[in-house]
Write a protein that binds this ligand. Structure first.
Ligand code: CLF
Ligand code: SF4
Length: 413
């Protein structure tokens, strides 16, 4: 591991990478990244990314320009602010807004250290751009290096516009994580690995993972305890005891520097690690509305008015095969009319638990989830959901065709 000079200098004031700095220097997370391209079995997307945040706490989602305004206000009130980071609430690199925001921060606040966290799926693609934009600190959440273990942790991965499940998903993710970490280390960035300690799933495997990433040149490893969240596959698992986590930290500290002062902070955390002041800065401006976390919040920038978000009711991902009221799965695409890009998948029961007690309550909840879309494509729809969608200015398209062709066609409506 060969850290560049600027990284060595910034390490003195980075509260997460340097335990001595955490009581004196502050960090600010910019919640500009709502979408995620994988699905971890401990994640409930009603909340923030649990790889770098505390579940159960809502955050606002900011547009890049609003994030810059917010830094100005925070910097005035918290002079100890040294690190600006993006850590969700989805995956940083699944959202174009992240790089756009980083470039703006670099331009407006060149003295700030830039830091991001990611699940690593898109890291090989973005490592160079992150470096060029001034990012020197990268956290990758990695829960194993053996896909027999990690296939139990990840439900699915969206890769090259397709959703993968099981072993295949675990293999795609692992390959990209390793390639991304290698690139970041070669660029001279300080890489941190976050590992979620999941009793009965990966605890015995973590020492092997730590050895591997140490050999790759990562700077520090952070072992976070699983927080079982209601509505997830892991909701019934027990969290690790503090003693078992400490044993693991002690064991692994023979191999690499271990982080012991993590606070599992929110995607909009602000301040010293032990003194979160994010609530002081929520909704400072009318445009910085606190997000309804039951919405998908696919933020499209104003100058991207030629891009549409389209929700497609499909069980298979191939044809439009579900009616609105009984759809179990929506794929969300963005399209410019020439190409379509799968950005996320919403499993109605698992992700949002939006099954209402009555039919109309169920419809209202689903409309709320999709209210950030421009268009919904379904096989059939009743008059009530149609009128509810149209009252949100969402076009309704009926189709029984191929998903992507239908999405392209809907762009022209
Ligand atoms: Fe944020 Fe993470 Fe950067 Fe720190 S948090 S992106 S490295 S600036 Fe820090 Fe928070 Fe623990 Fe993360 S305490 S959850 S380790
Ligand atoms: Fe949830 Fe995505 Fe974060 Fe995993 S990486 S915890 S699925 S937001």
């Amino acid at each position: 591991m060969q850290l560049s000079k600027d990284v060595i200098e910034s390490l003195k004031t980075h509260p997460c990478y340097n335990e001595e700095a955490h009581k004196r220097f502050a960090r600010m997370h910019l919640p500009v990244a709502p979408l995620c391209n994988i699905k971890c079995n401990y994640c409930n997307r009603k909340y923030d990314c649990s790889n770098e945040s505390r579940p159960g706490v809502t955050s606002e989602v900011l547009a890049p320009v609003d994030a810059i305004e917010k830094i100005r206000i925070v910097k005035d009130k918290i002079p100890e602010l040294k690190v600006i980071a993006i850590a969700g609430p989805g995956d940083t690199l699944a959202n174009d807004e992240s790089l756009e925001t980083i470039k703006l921060v670099r331009k407006e606040f060149p003295d700030m250290t830039l830091c991001i966290s990611t699940n690593g799926l898109m890291l090989p693609k973005y490592a160079d751009s992150l470096y060029d934009a001034g990012v020197r600190f990268v956290t990758v959440t990695m829960n194993g290096i053996d896909t027999d273990v990690t296939e139990k942790i990840y439900d699915s991965v969206i890769w090259n516009g397709k959703q993968y499940k099981g072993k295949e998903a675990a293999e795609i993710l692992l390959k990209n994580q390793l390639e991304g970490i290698k690139k970041c280390v070669e660029l001279g960035m300080a890489v941190k690995i976050n590992v979620v300690l999941i009793p009965g799933i990966n605890e015995d495997h973590i020492p092997d993972l730590v050895k591997k990433v140490k050999d790759m040149g990562v700077y520090i490893v952070n072992i976070l305890p699983l927080i079982p969240v209601e509505g997830t596959k892991f909701e019934k698992l027990s969290p690790p005891t503090p003693e078992s986590r400490k044993r693991l930290l002690d064991l692994c500290s023979n191999d690499v520097k271990m982080m012991r002062h993590c606070r599992q902070c929110r995607a909009d955390a602000i301040g010293l690690l032990g003194d979160d002041r994010s609530q002081e800065f929520i909704r400072m401006k009318p445009c910085c509305q606190k997000s309804d976390t039951n919405r998908i919040n696919v933020h499209i920038r104003e100058n991207d008015s030629d891009i549409r978000k389209i929700a497609v009711a499909t069980s298979s991902g191939e044809i439009v095969d579900s009616g609105f009221g009984n759809a179990k799965r929506f794929e969300i695409y963005t399209t410019d009319g020439k190409t379509v890009k799968l950005v996320t998948v919403i499993e109605i029961d698992d992700d949002y638990q939006i099954i209402g007690k009555t039919h109309s309550e169920h419809i209202d909840k689903m409309v709320n989830v999709l209210s950030d879309c421009d268009c919904v494509i379904v096989k059939e729809i009743g008059p009530y959901p149609r009128s509810r969608l149209e009252s949100h200015k969402i076009n309704v398209v009926i189709s029984k065709d191929d998903v992507k062709t239908s999405a392209l066609r809907a762009f022209r409506i």
